[in-house]
Write a protein that binds this ligand. Structure first.
Ligand SMILES: *Cc1c(COP(=O)(O)O)cnc(C)c1O
Length: 400
């Protein structure tokens, strides 16, 4: 292990908040089943419902509108899968068309591709060079009658770009479609209020906000058609079967409580660090190309490409120096395909391959940022010197 350990991969997952850790340790003593009527069960039930109240309140929802899930992925799968249900007996009136975007998380994209095989018509919105969708194109799709759901992520996990969800929701509703947003990366980083956003469904996840892994929540607006993804129990008002993950639920609520306290000041601090990184990298490294929107973006995320340097090599050299980042390619899935998000913004495959994502968190310090700026230029230079592909000020300089 190098002497320093810097974690710049908070969009992949976050460490537990110390208060969450304490809450989990205490909660481990409580083993009752919330569905049991005796004292053990009632204690667990009280804790689950208290947690539901706190999670709901932070997003401006009513507690009856919160369904605890096993992950952000489950929340997204649940919402999209409603629309395969619409083609069968659950919701005969459901319009079996979905409009989503080319830059969604794989748990939306792959689910939507599966739905296509089940008879659902899915359209994918393009994004501009900053990763923003075009409302005009959305309206075109909505005009072709039969769209039941619009699903647009609030903030992108790779490039950080934030979409105009209130405007997208309003347009969806104007054409009679329901609106879902994957808010996993936005929630806890920027204000998220279901009524201001005007959404019918909204997904969050615990482990992206210093809470436990394997817990999430789905907001479902009162009166919205719904169909359980996991069946066979009355839990969560019949909306998600399975004995509640009391430990995860209590940890999630504590993580939310901590976000309530820390979010605003942290956003300010991380935005400053992000600009330090942007300026420092621009000043020290030739032809650094930033991806994503420069301002309409979650404050902790900076995605940057270095033509002539492979993202995987940068990641490995940074790891040797004790710095953890991630790359723009989908190496999580075992392939080295360039990022679908970067390609959707119109960058070429080489620029997409040469990208890294720096995602900071509540523990990031100015020393971490300075250390990164100290070591990164040497690493990029070393990699570029080994490659024949890079020409300083080459064709890439023009597309900054
Ligand atoms: C991490 C992530 C998810 C998946 O959440 P899990 O709880 O890990 O399943 C979904 N969407 C986005 C944007 C994410 O960043």
């Amino acid at each position: 292990m190098p002497s320093r350990q810097i974690y710049f991969d908070n969009n992949a997952t976050t460490p537990l908040h110390p208060e969450v850790k304490k809450e989990l340790v205490a909660a481990m003593e409580m083993y009752g089943n919330p569905s049991s009527m005796h004292a053990f069960g009632r204690e667990a039930r009280a804790n689950v419902e208290d947690a539901r109240h706190r999670v709901a309140a932070f997003m401006g929802a009513d507690e009856s509108e919160i369904v605890f899930t096993g992950s952000g992925s489950e929340g997204n799968n649940t919402v999209l899968s409603l629309f395969a249900c619409g083609t069968s007996q659950c919701f005969p009136g459901m319009k079996p068309k979905i409009v989503t975007t080319k830059i969604e998380h794989p748990c939306v994209l792959e689910t939507s591709q599966c739905l296509v095989h089940r008879g659902v018509d899915v359209s994918y919105l393009d994004v501009d060079a900053y990763g923003k969708i075009d409302l005009g194109q959305l309206e075109e799709y909505l005009k072709s009658d039969g769209v039941g759901l619009v699903s647009v992520m609030m903030a992108n996990n790779e490039i950080g770009t934030i979409q105009d969800i209130p405007a997208i929701s309003a347009l969806a509703h104007q054409y009679g479609a329901l609106m879902h947003t994957d808010a996993v990366q936005a929630f806890g980083k920027i204000p998220v209020d279901v009524n201001e956003l005007g959404v019918d469904f909204l997904t969050i996840s615990g482990h992206k906000i210093y809470g436990p892994k394997g817990i999430g929540a789905l907001y479902v607006r009162k009166g919205t058609p719904y169909c359980p993804f996991i069946r066979g129990g009355h839990q969560e008002r019949g909306r998600r079967a399975g004995t509640e993950n009391t430990l995860g639920i209590m940890g999630l609520a504590m993580a939310v409580d901590m976000r309530k306290i820390e979010m605003a000041a942290e956003a300010e601090r991380l935005r400053g660090f992000r600009e330090m990184l942007r300026e420092g990298i621009s000043a020290r490294i030739d032809d650094a190309l930033f991806n994503g929107h420069p301002t309409d973006s979650i404050p902790n995320t900076l995605n940057v490409s270095f033509p002539g340097a492979e993202g995987e090599s940068i990641l490995l050299y940074l790891d040797l120096a004790g710095i953890a980042v991630s790359t723009g390619s989908a190496c999580a899935s075992g392939s080295l395909d360039p990022s679908h998000v970067l390609l959707a913004t119109g960058v070429d495959a080489e620029r997409a391959h040469g990208s890294i994502r720096i995602s900071m968190g509540r523990s990031t310090t100015v020393e971490d940022v300075e250390y990164m700026l100290d070591v990164l230029p040497g690493i990029i230079e070393r990699i570029r010197n080994m490659s024949t592909a890079y020409i300083k000020g080459g064709p890439h300089a023009a597309i900054r």
